[in-house]
Write a protein that binds this ligand. Structure first.
Ligand code: CP
Length: 314
């Protein structure tokens, strides 16, 4: 298994299979910490971690904060609405001012793709991408891979279906990259208007037949229709979408016996999946949330354990 040498976590494009294995292995040992009565280890004592979120979040922000606290780091939360960005300060100036307080890591979420990369070029603090536009959500894909391995014992050779609004999904892009790196076969399914051809170059297959996809898959991951990112109408109606692509008990009659149903959240019950399926025997949705803390502990631990940020010459 490789040593961890990266200073930032921006994307899974530049994370190797060995590095993913190292994160998943490290997360396994941290999962035990969260199950203890006293959920704390001193690994990052003296470090400061900042959550800088320009978009809403329930799971990612709180699990990063819990992860940092369980490693004994100090944390602060900055939400766009309460920051001086609302007075016209740029994202970079905001981040530079935060870094001037000698922080060690900035975890950033932004509606524009590329913001974490831009901050990484200008700042010495470790930058962790907590979701940038439709582009990338690497920590979600890592916790998804951790959950798949925990539930099914492996990732290599599994058939994973991602269903729904692929076009606007950073979760889909990061999962396609991560899962194919780990040897899974990823198929995307949804209305043609929400499945861009680009996914093929990322390593996924396209299959518009939801029943065929469900029948063949070990993992089914329905995604939310991201109305907030749609600048034009991609669907005739949400009702029609729910009937054709929504994962419900009837469609799951075709599924493998040990299939798992995942969802990154937030879920829209009755649309991309039924309430029965969300709460049903195949669902691992809350396990994903539990595992998110352990995976984010591993990421913080590996990143903040490295030394200087490399220069452009290496
Ligand atoms: N999966 C995910 O990113 O959820 P949040 O938007 O709640 O962070």
């Amino acid at each position: 298994m490789s040593e961890w040498t990266k200073h930032d976590l921006l994307d899974l494009q530049d994370v190797s299979r060995d590095e993913i294995e190292l994160i998943l292995q490290t997360a396994k040992s941290f999962k035990e910490v969260s199950a203890r009565d006293v959920k704390k280890v001193p690994a990052l004592r003296g470090k400061t971690v900042v959550m800088l979120f320009f978009e809403n979040s329930t799971r990612t922000r709180s699990s990063f904060e819990l992860a940092a606290k369980r490693l004994s780091a100090d944390t602060i939360n900055i939400a766009a609405g309460s920051s001086s960005v609302s007075k016209g300060e740029s994202v970079l100036d905001t981040a530079r001012n935060i870094e001037a307080m000698n922080v060690d890591a900035i975890i950033v979420r932004h509606s524009a793709g590329g913001v974490p990369q831009m901050l990484s070029r200008h700042l010495k603090a470790s930058i962790i991408n907590a979701g940038d536009g439709c582009r990338s959500h690497p920590t979600q894909a890592l916790l998804d891979m951790f959950t798949i391995k925990e539930k099914l014992g492996r990732i290599e050779g599994l058939k994973v279906a991602i269903v729904g609004d692929i076009r606007h999904s950073r979760v889909a892009r990061s999962n396609i990259k991560g899962l194919t790196t780990m040897g899974a076969e990823v198929t995307v399914c949804g209305p043609a208007t929400l499945v861009p051809r680009e996914v093929v170059s990322l390593g996924a297959k396209i299959n518009y037949d939801i029943y065929d996809v469900i029948k063949k898959s070990d993992v089914i991951m329905p995604l939310r229709i991201q109305m907030e990112r749609q600048e034009q109408k991609f669907l005739p109606s949400l009702r029609e979408y729910a009937i054709r692509f929504g994962i419900d008990k009837t469609k799951l009659k075709e599924a493998k016996k040990n299939v798992i149903i995942m969802h990154p959240g937030p879920t829209n019950r009755g649309l991309e999946l039924s309430a029965e399926v969300a709460d049903g025997e195949y669902s691992v949705i809350l396990d994903q949330v539990t595992n998110g803390v352990a995976v984010r502990m591993a990421i913080l631990y590996l990143l903040l354990g490295t030394k200087e940020k490399p220069t452009e010459d290496g």
